[in-house]
Design a protein around this ligand. Sequence first.
Ligand code: GCB
Length: 604
Amino acid sequence: TNTGGPLYPRASETRDLRTLDGLWNFRKSPSDPETGYKAGWFEQDLDKTGPVITMPVPSSYNDVGEDITLRDHVGVVWYDRRFYVPSWWGTSGQRVWLRFSSVHYAAEVFVNGRSVMYHEIGHLPFEAEITNMVNFNSSNLLTVVVDNTLLVDTVPQGSVKNIYQGPKQSVRQEQQYTFDFYNYAGIHRTVFLYSTPQVYINDIIVNTDILGLTGFIVYNVTHTGSESDKVRCLVQVFDKEDTQVAAYNECAGLLDIGNAKFWWPYLMHPDPGYLYTMKTSLIGLQGEVIDTYTQKIGIRTVTWSNTTVFLNEKPLYLKGFGMHEDSDFRGKGWDQVLWVKNFNLIKWLGANAFRTSHYPYAEEIYQLADEYGIMIIDECPSVDTDGFSEKLLVKHKQSLTELIRRDKNHPSVIMWSISNEPRSAHKLADKYFEEVVRHVKSMDLSRPVTIAISAGPSTDKSGRHLDVISFNRYNGWYSSPGQTAQIEANVVEEATIWHQIHNKPIIMTEYGADTVEGLHFYPEYIWSEEYQCVLISEHFKAFDKLRKAGFFAGEFIWNFADFKTPQSITRVGGNKKGIFTRNRQPKAAAHLLRSRYHALATSD
Ligand code: GCB
């Protein structure tokens, strides 16, 4: 299994970078997943071994065609394309790397017919060095086999059912899962081809601290390659005016910046999201620059007590939503237009946070959040966790290893969410989550750990292992649909009980109502815009009471925008709990939420 690519690929004075995004060849495998392997589809161009269709990368493959069997395909698909490696990478002795930012769910990658990597768990990057497998003088064949099958021990879990149909009782496979976002699949994010020198920077870990007006940066640079012991490090930090404000020539160290500008969330400071530029270089014996990597960092602290989460020692009140990577046609494919639009809407709303429900999002999204001062509860891909087997635990921990390795340096990431709605009343959940939390703490002690819990406070067995208790609850929707009179009391009561049991800060990570845009009923009636407005207003009353109680740390409406789900009689073209439509147009509730979030910002 390949993992990693801990550093987001960037060009620099010593590194070059191409993307392999574009139009690839694509073919669905027959239901026997071995078919393509047996026929050697990885050894020659796909269009030589059978019919192909054109597939955009990055994108989910499900919604780009008119073919229902492609949309609902279960199992293996094949992608391929040709690529060139710049010949100067070869002549100057650069290493050649191939990095996939996300392929869902499992992928095997071949270069010129040779298997170079395998990765399981979508939404997380993986990479391999392919220097010795590529031709510099002719084109190279890149083949990717993708399998979207979810089973009892994948993250997330699912099961495949055989459906017998027609007079001949032919078998159709159906992917089943308990969560409600569509299991989009394919090469979802950018594919990078990049180069590094022989001796190269492998990873950089950055932690920050604050004392008075001084900002501290604790860093650790690791580097690899033969003779890598002969190099030294140079770390330089520049402010936004490109003035060097700190530098040190050790691979691990502590930098201090007097009168530092700290990273503040949006609307909590006139200059939110302040980022410094950190330039890390490896220097050879003659003083020559061997490798350079440049990244943005923010100086901030996250701390927490039994009632409050603090940012730079200021109590936080998180105002945001759960989201999805989801849009028309491209499904979960990374889309920069969509995400710049999303961030503009987040700012328009006056929100300061979101949760990456229910999986890690594209790295570019965290970069935007860093820039804008939007805080992220970073969620791993474990949703509706059930069964709690040893095998699942191993994979669940692996997903967090990869998540933390990828996202550790983002100032925007202020909390880890290790699961959404696990079956946490199960007797095995206690030990299971104790172990998952222990694992996260072994990698990162600087951020609190939470779970978006759906079990009730009296049955849940995960809460005692967490730093912050988050709960999802659908008062006025799944419970007592159409009834809003009890919402305020129920929410206040439940949050208070969670706090009484665990003596920890409490967040409501989900509440909401499905709403068809343009559907109006007065007095309010479920599915109408009026109902969504009334339902959220009742929640606001509860939140205002809870804020006064002193242990309530945030409110996250479900969901930012409508999104695609599997077909179900409870979903009209998808989940409609968005305050924006899938096209990112506001429903009435968006305006209401906006006036609240802005008013809260001025009162903070
Ligand atoms: C939940 C889940 C979320 C669903 C939502 C709903 O509890 O966490 O993934 O989309 O409910 O609308 O049913």
